[in-house]
Design a protein around this ligand. Structure first.
Ligand code: FUC
Length: 771
């Protein structure tokens, strides 16, 4: 009964205990309260304000001066000048806002119910709440349907005519833990951010409002109550259901980001009409089949040595407590993995915006870090599992976003730097804003956001080998490379480096004891450039176009620094082997080449791999990994270094120290990147393909002696199933999307497989490698 379920035996008291649902655009957090149910609602395109031109017109004329100051070691002055002329004006981008909260006031008391249960069914993508009270058993189901673009809430009772409740909508600040009855009965600011609430001729509740700021985005939310038995009373402020057998609530929402403001209400009602024309069973079945077509591609089962089958009978928050107390629970790791895939399916679907810092789930009018796109690690991490975990369609919203960045980023490149191509700094927002964000020396003056994002285009090609996709994506990759070609300058060693820049978001210490952040040629930048230029060169070979440009890139690459080893035997973070101000910094930017990059690998660059290991040890010794995403990155890096136990320790630490009761990643506070990084890391422990071969079980820890995984993806267009027992490979099954061959390695030995027919599986066992 509990297989593939995250479940709790009590309602959520706090938002961080609620369960997320979503269809890429329309998201909800389900609290499961009996007395007053709360579903906190989001629509991915509801953001504060309109687009702004923040490109700083003073930047270009001061660029050379800043560069000269950096090269002369006059860092203080360089930083002072940059903080005046290289910042965006205004210095901040737009932020994400919630739609509001839907409340269902049943009049029952939480205290009087029995057999309470709240669950997320990961096989169906449905949240359920069940309980008994007064001889009746109640069931609520919640999901956000992608095919029908509505959220559905279904309430039933086993006792005819026993369902009575009021539905209210609020948009204001909710204090937690919340005496919700107070909110509903003595509402202060309950409708603080609404323009209109009322019913249309059909009896749908229609809510309209708009975010603040110039050109603030307008939204409409329409809610229909379909009642079976009993009656529906419209009291203006609320819809009241009396003595019904069942009720289905359908929610539609849109904004004028996608729909004209005149048409928003009609569009919402159209969606409701279409969904209501189906029976609830049909609506649900269509949701499940859509969701299953994605979630069902990968299955993971991890088993420890002791057969602790009964652990799934424990509520998920208690299982997490056990882990915190030092116990193992491989099955929960499997759930966590699938939950990460669930979150990507729920927050990033074709047509939606990319998953932001909180996916799509945000309750605050001014959320932490604006709940936007931080592109010096966080947004990229969101998409780490997209390809390897067989959800490549969910990667699409990021590609659409990159195209929009390209338009805005060309302007920023030209106005601020006098360069061709396109640039993005370390943040962006709904408007694909590319100008610098904040006035923060450690992060603001970093120009590699677009280049890094473009590596995702190449990855998508690598996993799927769709040449048509590459043909379209190449121009974008080239544009990112063009910016860098123009932006690179000669350093004192005659190398080509970025300047000014920083190693996100660390500082170095100068020999005179002063600290700085602004620098030239931080290792991460050169690593990203090597990766991007390399992919552009390969693309031009595959596509047989632009060979001259490829030659220019090749020439430039000869002068772009390679990863260097510093005085501690570590990978150098800056082009000069400075001391780090924070040796335990959460960002480990200089190991980009190890992960997600591919320039440092066990097989191809063993010396650099040793240095990468030293770097990680050093970061960890000084307290690194203290945020959720940092821990998740470390997990992926240890997996790449084939350090199974260290990867596993860090995964467990992610669960122990950086995971909320509902399994959301805790930066703190909630930030979704660690969920996605954690999911990708688990896949990376079982299968790798970054070194030109498919590597089976590269980092299998002792805690998972038995298990199997079905449907992981490998670069080159392969799908892989693996089964193991007693820590040893039983079988690997590989399917290819097209004819061809691949190298498959296990425990240091490699064999070649030839695929004569696409889709035809080839099965291998450990003795094929004679290990
Ligand atoms: C970067 C990180 C922070 C946080 C923020 C959203 O600035 O350094 O830890 O994740 O982005």
């Amino acid at each position: 009964m509990n297989k593939s379920k995250i479940w709790f035996d009590r309602p959520a008291d706090r938002w961080e205990e609620a369960i997320p649902i979503g269809n890429g655009t329309l998201g909800g957090m389900v609290f499961g309260k009996v007395d007053i149910e709360r579903i906190q609602l989001n629509e991915d395109s509801l953001w504060y304000g309109g687009p702004m031109d923040r490109n700083n017109p003073d930047a270009l004329e001061h660029l050379n001066e800043i560069r000269e100051l950096v090269f002369a070691g006059r860092i203080r002055e360089a930083e002072g000048l940059a903080a005046r002329v290289l910042i965006g004006v205004p210095d901040g981008q737009r932020h994400y806002e919630p739609v509001g909260d839907l409340y269902l006031d049943s009049g029952l008391s939480d205290a009087n119910v029995e057999a309470y249960r709240r669950e997320l069914d990961l096989e169906q993508g449905i949240v359920r709440v069940t309980y008994s009270a007064d001889r009746a058993t109640y069931l609520r189901e919640f999901f956000s349907s992608y095919p029908d673009q509505v959220m559905a809430v279904r309430l039933t009772s086993s006792l005819q005519g026993s369902l009575s409740f009021s539905m209210l909508f609020g948009r204001g600040s909710v204090l937690e833990p919340t005496p919700w009855s107070d909110i509903l009965k003595h509402p202060v600011g309950f409708h603080a951010y609404l323009d209109r609430i009322g019913t249309n001729a059909q009896g749908d509740m229609i809510i309209r409002g708009r975010s603040g700021g110039e050109g603030g985005i307008r939204f409409c939310c329409a809610i229909r109550m379909v009642v079976e038995g009993g009656r529906l009373v419209d009291t203006g402020r609320q819809l009241r259901v009396e003595q019904a057998d069942a009720a289905t609530i359908l929610v539609a929402a849109c904004t004028d980001f996608r729909v004209s403001k005149e048409d928003m209400e009609a569009e919402c009602v159209r969606r409701l009409d279409r969904a209501a024309a189906k029976s609830y069973e049909q609506l649900r079945a269509d949701h499940i089949s859509d969701y299953r077509s994605l979630i069902g591609r990968v299955e993971l089962s991890l088993q420890g040595n002791d057969a602790v089958h009964s652990l799934s009978e424990l509520p998920t928050d208690l299982r997490l407590e056990r882990i915190r107390a030092g116990s193992e629970d491989p099955d929960l790791v499997g759930l966590y993995f699938q939950f990460g895939r669930y979150l990507l399916i729920s927050s990033s679907r074709p047509g939606s915006l990319p998953a932001n810092l909180q996916g799509i789930w945000n309750k605050d009018m001014l959320p932490i870090w604006d709940s936007k796109y931080t592109i010096n690690i966080n947004t990229q991490m969101n998409y780490w599992p997209a390809e390897s975990c067989n959800l490549s369609e969910c990667h699409g919203p990021l590609f659409d976003f990159i195209e929009r960045l390209r338009v805005r980023g060309r302007e920023t490149a030209e106005v601020m730097y006098g360069c061709r191509g396109f640039v993005a700094h370390h943040n962006s927002d709904i408007w694909a804003d590319t100008a610098p964000q904040d006035v923060c020396i450690t992060s603001t003056f970093w120009t590699m956001g677009a280049a890094w994002l473009c590596l995702h285009l190449w990855d998508h090609y690598e996993y799927g080998r769709d040449v048509e996709f590459l043909r379209q994506a190449y121009g974008t990759m080239k544009d990112a490379a063009l910016f860098l070609l123009d932006f690179l300058v000669e350093d004192p060693q005659d190398q080509l480096v970025t300047c000014p820049s920083s190693s996100p978001e660390n500082r170095y210490v100068l020999p005179n004891g002063e600290s700085g952040a602004l620098c030239y040629g931080p290792s991460m930048d050169s690593q990203i450039i090597r990766e991007l230029f390399g992919h552009c060169i390969k693309s031009s070979e595959i596509l047989q176009e632009d060979l001259e440009f490829a030659e220019t890139l090749r020439k430039a690459l000869e002068r772009v620094p390679q990863p260097a080893i510093g005085k501690y035997g570590q990978i150098q973070e800056w082009s000069i082997d400075y001391e780090e101000l924070e040796p335990g910094h959460r960002h480990i930017s200089h190991l980009f080449a190890l992960h997600p990059g591919t320039q440092i690998a066990m097989k191809t660059t063993p010396e650099l791999a040793v240095a990468a290991r030293t770097t990680l040890e050093r970061r960890l010794k000084h307290g690194g990994g203290h945020t959720g995403w940092s821990r998740a990155w470390i997990l992926n890096m240890w997996a790449r270094l084939e350090e199974a136990e260290l990867a596993h320790d860090n995964l467990m630490e992610l669960l122990r120290s950086s995971t909320l009761p509902n399994l959301f990643c805790d930066h703190p506070p909630f930030q979704i990147d660690g969920n996605f990084g954690g999911t990708a890391g688990i896949a990376e422990m079982l299968l790798q393909s970054h070194s030109g071969e498919i590597h089976l079980l590269p980092a299998l820890p002792g805690a998972w002696p038995h298990g199997r995984v079905r449907g992981l993806k490998a670069r080159g267009g392969f799908e892989v199933d693996i089964e193991w027992r007693d820590g040893r490979l039983l079988s690997g099954t590989i399917r290819a999307v097209r004819q061809g061959s691949c190298a498959v390695s296990y425990q240091g030995k490699t064999i070649e497989l030839a695929f004569s027919e696409p889709g035809l599986p080839i099965r291998v066992e450990a003795n094929h490698w004679k290990v």
